[in-house]
Unconditional design. Structure first.
Length: 134
């Protein structure tokens, strides 16, 4: 299922391949496109779920528990629940990654609202967005 919209000036969840509605709560799978040098969500953690990231295009830089980790095409990064992390694209071109959250917690509505919030004057509050879609 394709739920994202194409925007060249902000990050975008291109497609939510599987959500909590599709997998009875087992996992979420989605692609994220990140244009070069844009504002990203603030560092955050997920109390109740883990994230696995697979690099598809370009190199996305993560900060995980204070450590810088580059994820290039074909590389995987696993982030345990409750670990503070964030990511940026500080390259000259776009990057793309596939993300898997376990267990599933999100929905297409979450990504639509996060995309809109990223266009605002201040970074979005991921906790508020998640509460709104639980």
């Amino acid at each position: 299922m394709t739920n994202g919209r194409e925007h060249s000036d902000r990050w975008n969840a291109d497609s939510l391949t599987a959500s909590k509605h599709d997998t009875p709560g087992a996992l979420d799978i989605f692609e994220v496109s990140i244009p070069a040098n844009i504002r990203m969500p603030v560092p955050h953690h997920h109390r109740d779920w883990e994230k696995t990231v697979y690099g598809m295009e370009g190199t996305t830089t993560f900060m995980v528990a204070g450590n810088r980790v580059n994820v290039a095409p074909g590389e995987t990064l696993f982030i345990r629940a409750a670990v503070i992390h964030g990511f940026v694209n500080d390259t000259e071109g776009p990057t793309k990654m596939l993300c898997v959250l376990t267990p599933s917690v999100l929905s297409p509505e979450y990504f639509r609202e996060m995309g809109i919030a990223m266009e605002g004057p201040a970074p979005p509050d991921p906790k508020k967005l998640r509460r709104d879609h639980e």
